[in-house]
Design a protein around this ligand. Structure first.
Ligand SMILES: C[S@@+](CC[C@H](N)C(=O)[O-])C[C@H]1O[C@@H](n2cnc3c(N)ncnc32)[C@H](O)[C@@H]1O
Length: 269
């Protein structure tokens, strides 16, 4: 298992300026989630684990978000988003550099709470869903996007097969990050929300070994942050070599990316 002292926000502090390019597909996932919300505007938004703001910016563009609270323990990510929000007229933004359980949003404040590709990093996932549900006004909507069951299985298999305990941390983290649809549905229901739609999508991807290694470097360096710097660099080299060795004859790496989505509503609107 990954060292529990290692903090995911450390990875995102390091990758904040390059993040958008390295994980461009997260933006497409956000778009699909926001497409699936009920057809109306949501003036007050909370974005939890907001990163550089894929979800916030899309909700501003397409769902009438005007007052936004953006929560993320990575100040590097919040800095990037803060610059973007400052350039958009008519937006009131409150950036909170903290983790979900400390976000302190006033109960019933939000029309919409979004959390995209972040729930899997939260230590207490059902507790985080309760916290987000509590922020919603009656009739308010929760939208979640996270890795799903069976996510990135080929990568888990090749890293487990190396027998290298440091590389096994990556395999364990990918498995730990998976959020099955039934679990998410249960947490949403337990938090007093009505699930409107909970589903998963499987996509088969073909990328260069370098692109997948760059992506891992953007989101997962915290897994080795307890090691001396030289050793961290060596582990990342072994990650790159493992992906390169797993490429097919055409030089491309093939993997399966599964995402879990949820849209839920607070009753009483
Ligand atoms: C993969 S990024 C996703 C960013 C953005 N939502 C997106 O869709 O691209 C995950 C984000 O969750 C943040 N995060 C990690 N642990 C968190 C926690 N306990 N509470 C809130 N955010 C957290 C990280 O700092 C990071 O910015």
């Amino acid at each position: 298992m990954p060292n529990p002292l290692n903090n995911p926000a450390d990875s995102f502090d390091r990758s904040a300026r390059a993040y958008d390019e390295l994980v461009a597909r997260n933006r497409e996932g956000c778009r699909r989630l926001i497409n699936s919300l009920p057809e109306r505007e949501f003036p007050r938004l909370v974005d939890v684990g907001c990163g550089t703001g894929f979800a916030t910016l899309d909700a501003i563009d397409r769902r009438g978000a005007r007052e936004v609270i953006c929560v993320d323990p990575s100040t590097g990510m919040l800095d990037v988003l803060g610059e973007r929000l400052a350039a958009i007229p008519g937006i009131t933004a409150d950036l909170r550099p903290c983790e979900v359980m400390e976000m302190g949003v006033e109960a019933g404040w939000a029309d919409l709470v979004l959390s995209t590709m972040a729930l899997h990093w939260f230590t207490d996932r059902p507790g985080a869903i309760r916290e987000m549900a509590n922020a919603l006004a009656p009739g308010g909507v929760l939208g979640i996007l996270c890795p799903g069951e069976g996510h990135d299985r080929p990568t888990v298999d090749i890293f487990e097969a190396t027998g290298d305990p440091l590389l096994a941390r990556l395999a364990a983290s990918i498995v730990n990050n998976q959020v099955p649809v039934p679990d998410l549905t249960q947490w949403i229901t337990d938090a007093g929300l009505t699930p409107l739609d909970v589903w998963s999508e499987t996509r088969y991807r073909v990328v260069t070994p370098q692109a997948i290694a760059d992506r891992i470097e953007a989101v997962a360096t915290h897994l080795w942050s307890d090691l001396p710097e030289g050793e961290q660099a060596e582990v990342l080299e072994r990650v790159r070599a493992t992906f390169a060795a797993a490429a097919d004859n055409d030089g491309m790496y093939r993997y399966r990316f599964v995402k879990t989505f949820a849209v839920a509503e607070r009753p009483g609107g």
